[in-house]
Design a protein around this ligand. Structure first.
Ligand SMILES: [Zn+2]
Length: 73
C-alpha cells in the first residue's frame, strides 16, 4: 500500500524507456548509473541497483549500499 505514491509519481513519465535509475554515494558523491553500469568494478551495463551484491562498496570511499541515495534526473 505504501508504494502507491512512489509508483504513480514515476509511472507515466518514462514508459518508453527502461526506467534506469541513477544512484549517488552520499558520502563522496560517486555516481552509479544503472544504464552504464560500472565495468571497471565488474558490474555490467544495465545492472539494476537491487542486483548489485549487498556487500558491494563504493569504489571511492568504501561506503556500503545503504549510503547511496537514488537521484531523479
Ligand atoms: Zn563513496
Amino acid at each position: 500500500m505504501a508504494n502507491y505514491a512512489t509508483f504513480s509519481k514515476e509511472g507515466l513519465n518514462k514508459v518508453s524507456e527502461n526506467n534506469y535509475k541513477v544512484w549517488m554515494c552520499i558520502i563522496c558523491g560517486w555516481v552509479y548509473e544503472e544504464e552504464k553500469g560500472a565495468p571497471e568494478e565488474g558490474i555490467e551495463p544495465g545492472t539494476r541497483w537491487e542486483d548489485i551484491p549487498e556487500d558491494w562498496i563504493c569504489p571511492d570511499c568504501a561506503a556500503g549500499k545503504e549510503d547511496f541515495d537514488m537521484i531523479e534526473l
